[in-house]
Design a protein around this ligand. Structure first.
Ligand SMILES: [Cu+2]
Length: 256
């Protein structure tokens, strides 16, 4: 209920409910702390006002109630962190689905766009080298590498298959960006020179927003993409269309 009040978007991923549960507990805890400390502050301001207490009292508090309250706060915070947050995070980063089960897509950030690189039907990413980078080959795919001949790249559009786990391999070409997909309850920094895997399983067909979650320069606001959760046939059609655009068949030699 508090999550909704804070404007959380609907969940569209398998693990999303666990994240929501965690958020909800934290929000209730923060609300309790806010009301508790706020009340304490107001009561103190009123009770110890100068007109009633012209002379300062240096004896301080005699009861142990505040110590117990503080200890309870530490205990709840430690439980939230060690009992829920760390195990949840541990599960996410250790249990990455394997190659056969999941679809691997590389997400490469640049000022100011996201490139999504698919391995194509062979499931193997083509070799890349910075010296091959051109406007039409933004990721520097080696034209001589067989594995790269079926690779496709889409700009600002990530297409995935409903119910199939996706592993995003996240990196950046220039500065630090971050892939954030609120509906999937995931976010991860894109750091140049590293490739960080982040995974999720989409469970609801539809189009959702992907935003850059690191202030990466003057055009940061424009670094907005979309994720399309589709049926297998729609995904295949999308891949085929990109493939025919990016790997056009050689023109037939004119016959005499
Ligand atoms: Cu960015």
């Amino acid at each position: 209920m508090l999550n909704k009040l804070m404007g959380i978007v609907p969940n569209a991923s398998e693990h999303g409910l666990a994240v929501e549960h965690m958020l909800e507990m934290c929000h209730w805890f923060m609300l309790t702390l806010f009301v508790g400390w706020g009340t304490f502050f107001l009561v103190s301001v009123y009770r110890f006002r100068a007109s009633k207490h012209p002379k300062a009292d240096y004896r301080g508090v005699q009861s142990h109630a505040s110590t117990h309250a503080e200890f309870a706060v530490i205990l709840i915070e430690a439980t939230l962190l060690l009992g829920f947050a760390v195990p949840l995070w541990g599960k996410r980063v250790v249990d990455v689905p394997d190659q056969g089960e999941a679809m691997r897509v590389r997400a490469i950030g640049e000022q100011y766009a996201w490139n999504f690189h698919y391995a194509g039907p062979d499931g193997v990413f083509g070799r890349q080298n910075a010296s091959f980078v051109t406007p039409s080959n933004p990721l520097g795919l080696d034209p001589d590498d067989e594995a790269g001949k079926d690779d496709v790249v889409s700009k600002n559009e990530l297409h995935v298959i409903n119910q199939r786990p996706v592993v995003l391999e996240i990196t950046s070409k220039d500065v630090i960006h971050a892939v954030s997909i609120p509906h999937m309850r995931i976010a991860q920094d894109a750091i140049p020179g590293t490739k960080v895997p982040m995974w999720f399983r989409p469970i609801k067909l539809g189009k959702y927003e992907i935003v850059c979650a690191q202030l990466c320069g003057a055009g940061h606001y424009a670094m907005r993409s979309h994720i399309f959760v589709e049926k297998q046939e729609e995904f295949d059609a999308f891949q085929k269309e990109l493939n025919s655009m990016q790997h056009p068949a050689p023109a037939p030699t004119p016959s005499k």
